[in-house]
Design a protein around this ligand. Structure first.
Ligand code: EPZ
Length: 422
């Protein structure tokens, strides 16, 4: 296993380029199961989750070139599906594997997908995915830890989600595009990654209305073409580097970004005193005015403040003047980074889904442990500002969702390195 070592206290400068969005890439990759035509996806980030999804698609019989999607441009060709099963060994490493469910049932009439099991940040069931597929006429059976979904042909349905679910919305959109008749999805997720998937499906010939709203109307078609598409920039990666610039009092430009997908995050950091200027594909950050102001925040489905930015904001306000109250409303256990931040000297009290963060004068470097993808990112953000050396272990969590983060931060002036964990 590797670890990351940071010598904190240095400001960042210059530019950091943003990579393609992990959470748009993953559903778009499963959309290739909906057609036998060649699909080309550009701007693909080199991430462990992308490689895992490529491995799953190859297991199902899709020809992925280059193998393991190890390139910025990846093509997918339907190579006669050899199985419709997503095995536990793969699903347990990446819950987004459940995104093959909708496409497999829609075009191959059957899917056998391992239930994802629990995860560090919460139970994260997929009951709403299954309820929606059943509403569209699929037979759903549970056997030996697998969901078996089947339908001769799905039929359109008017379905309301009991609660907002990002991959639940994505699974049902992909099921609906080849169903017979019209599907209306209400209380659908409005995350930009859902709209990015819908844009790809429309380019394939799907008929979808209501992008970026909470009601998606899909008129089923009989078959879909391939696509050639560039994935949107990663808004959570963008927000993570914004938090890093804020906590280190830096002036930094983020390029190849799409700041309009981060409205709530930009507003929150402006409230904390960071000066932000946005261009069509860049975010100019100036946090040199010294000292962040404390801010309160509650995570919410888009366009609210994203749960995937909660840990990074908490790291930034741990040095703010005043007390911040952060509420996590999406997942039931997404405060595991609190104890690690406390090891760096942060003063945080957790009470249920609320964290009260009293700003301290400084953080001090120490050995800490990454527990999940965004918690790892928050420890890097804190380590960049902490006095002395911070060592972060189990950084494989980071590799799931941040492309070349050590190289990007080094190029922007951080004293950061990755090494074998002795
Ligand atoms: C997506 O996960 C993202 N992953 C997550 O990003 C993100 O944190 C999450 O959305 C919320 O924004 C991908 O897009 C691949 P949900 P997803 O279904 O779809 C409950 C990251 O860091 N729920 O929107 O799995 C669920 O338990 C990852 O990149 C049900 O109860 O999240 C949760 O409390 C982490 N039943 C809430 O809804 C269901 O059938 C939101 O979950 C589905 C969800």
């Amino acid at each position: 296993m590797d670890r990351i070592v940071i010598k904190g206290g240095r400001p960042l400068k210059g530019e950091i380029p943003i990579s393609g969005a992990k959470n748009a890439c993953l559903p778009i990759m499963t959309a290739t199961l909906l057609t036998d035509r060649t699909c080309t996806l550009r701007g693909v980030p080199e991430l462990m989750d992308v490689r895992t999804m490529a491995r799953l698609l190859a297991h199902l019989g899709v020809e992925v070139t280059p193998e393991m999607a190890r390139a910025e441009t990846v093509t997918f060709k339907d190579g006669n599906l050899s199985t419709v099963e997503a095995p536990y060994e793969l699903v347990k490493t990446m819950r987004a594997s459940v995104l093959v469910l909708g496409p497999l049932v829609a075009r191959h009439r059957r899917a056998r997908v391992s239930l994802p099991g629990g995860c560090a940040i919460g139970a994260r069931p997929i009951n709403l995915h299954l309820k929606g597929l059943a509403a569209m006429g699929a037979t759903i059976e549970l056997e030996e830890g697998y969901v078996v979904a089947s339908a001769r042909r799905l039929k359109g349905a008017d379905f309301t989600f009991d609660q907002v679910t990002v991959t639940g919305t994505e699974n049902l959109v992909m099921a609906a595009v080849l169903a017979r008749g019209e599907t209306v999805l209400r209380n659908a997720a409005r995350e930009p990654e859902v709209a990015d998937l819908c844009r790809v499906l429309i380019r394939m010939g799907a008929r979808i209305e209501g992008l970026d709203t909470d009601t998606l109307t899909i008129e089923g078609v009989d078959q879909l073409e391939g696509f050639d598409y560039r994935v949107m920039p990663d808004r959570i990666e963008t927000g993570t580097y914004l938090a890093a610039a804020a906590i280190t009092g830096s002036r930094l430009s983020l390029t190849k970004a799409r700041p309009e997908t981060l409205g709530a995050v930009l507003a929150k950091f402006r409230e904390a005193g960071v000066v932000l200027k946005t261009g069509p594909d860049r975010l100019e950050i100036d946090a040199r005015q010294g000292g962040l102001r404390a801010v309160d925040c509650t995570t919410a489905p888009y366009p609210g403040f994203p749960t995937d930015m909660q840990a990074q904001l908490m790291a930034a306000v741990s040095l703010a003047q005043g007390t911040s109250v952060i509420k996590e409303s999406i997942f039931e256990n997404r405060f595991m980074h609190v104890q690690e931040l406390a090891r760096l000297g942060a003063d945080i009290q957790v009470d249920g889904n609320r964290a009260v963060v009293r700003g301290v004068a400084h953080l001090s470097g120490a050995p800490v442990m990454a527990t999940d993808l965004r918690a790892s990112a928050c420890l890097i953000v804190a380590g960049l500002a902490a006095r002395g050396e911070t060592t972060i272990r189990r950084v494989y969590h980071l590799d799931r969702g941040y492309e070349r983060i050590v190289r990007k931060l080094s190029a922007a002036g951080a004293e950061i390195r990755r090494e074998k964990d002795k």
